[in-house]
Ligand binder design. Structure first.
Ligand SMILES: C[S@@+](CC[C@H](N)C(=O)[O-])C[C@H]1O[C@@H](n2cnc3c(N)ncnc32)[C@H](O)[C@@H]1O
Length: 209
C-alpha cells in the first residue's frame, strides 16, 4: 500500500506500547488465536476482534502508516484482544510457533510480473512459514479480486498438506461478518471475489453435495 508518509506516524509508533508488539516475549495467546497477514489499515481485524472478545487477534503489516491507523482504530474501540506486529511476513517465524488457529490473507498484493512471484504471500516459501506457525489443525482463508493470484495460489497450495475445504469464484457477501476495506471496494465495483478455505488436518466429509 503506497501512501505519502504523514508526520505524526513515527512519533506515534515510537511512543505506542499497548498494541504494538516488538518481540515475541510480549505475545500472549488465548485458546483461539487468529492472525491477519497484510491487514492494511485494520478495518477487518478490529471489527472481528470487537465481535469476538474471547479470541486473540494479531494483525501483521509492514507499512508503518497502515499500522498507525490500525492502532488508532483498536484504541477507539478499546480492544484488549488485538495486538499488532509491524514487520515483513517473511519474518513470521520470529513471532509464532504453531500457536495460530487461523490465518487470513485478504487481497494480498498480486505482484503480476513473473519475476515478482516470490513476493506473493502465497508463494511456496510463505506457505512453508504458515505451516510452521499454524497449529496442526489450523486453517487459512484466502480472498482476492485477482484471478491470476487466485490460480497461482491454488497451484502453490497443491504442493502442500493443506486440504481445500471450500472454494468459490464469486463469494457471496456474508451479511453478519466484517469485511476488509479492499473487499468493500471490490464489492462496490461489482467484481467477483475469489475465495479459498484451507485446512491442515484431514476431516470427515460431512457436507451434502
Ligand atoms: C492490497 S492491501 C490489502 C489490505 C487488507 N488486507 C484489505 O483487504 O483491505 C495489502 C496489504 O498487505 C501488506 N503486505 C504486502 N506484503 C506484505 C508482507 N510481505 N509483509 C507484511 N505486509 C505485507 C501491504 O503493505 C498492504 O497493506
Amino acid at each position: 500500500m503506497r501512501m505519502r508518509k504523514k508526520k505524526w506516524v513515527d512519533a506515534f509508533l515510537e511512543s505506542e506500547d499497548h498494541y504494538l508488539i516488538r518481540n515475541r516475549e510480549e505475545l500472549q495467546f488465548k485458546k483461539t488465536n487468529i492472525l491477519e497477514i497484510g491487514m492494511g489499515m485494520g478495518d477487518f481485524i478490529t471489527q472481528s476482534a470487537k465481535a469476538n472478545p474471547d479470541t486473540q487477534f494479531f494483525g501483521f503489516e509492514k507499512v508503518d502508516q497502515c499500522v498507525a491507523h490500525a492502532i488508532k482504530k483498536a484504541a477507539d474501540l478499546e480492544l484488549d484482544n488485538l495486538r499488532i506486529i509491524m514487520d515483513d511476513a517473511s519474518n513470521l517465524e520470529d513471532y509464532f510457533d504453531h500457536q495460530i488457529d487461523k490465518i487470513y490473507l485478504f487481497f494480498s498484493d498480486p505482484w503480476p510480473k513473473k519475476r515478482q512471484a516470490k513476493r506473493r504471500l502465497t508463494y511456496r516459501a510463505f506457505i512453508e512459514r504458515y505451516e510452521k506457525i499454524l497449529k496442526s489443525d489450523g486453517e487459512l482463508i484466502f480472498k482476492s479480486d485477482n484471478r491470476q493470484l487466485f490460480e497461482f495460489t491454488l497451484k502453490e497450495f497443491s504442493h502442500f498438506d493443506f486440504y481445500l475445504e471450500d472454494v468459490s469464484l464469486d463469494l457471496p457477501l456474508a451479511e453478519d461478518s466484517p469485511i476488509s476495506a479492499y473487499e468493500m471496494r471490490f464489492r462496490k465495483l461489482g467484481q467477483p471475489i475469489y475465495f479459498a478455505h484451507y485446512k491442515r488436518s484431514k476431516h470427515e466429509f460431512g457436507k451434502q453435495l
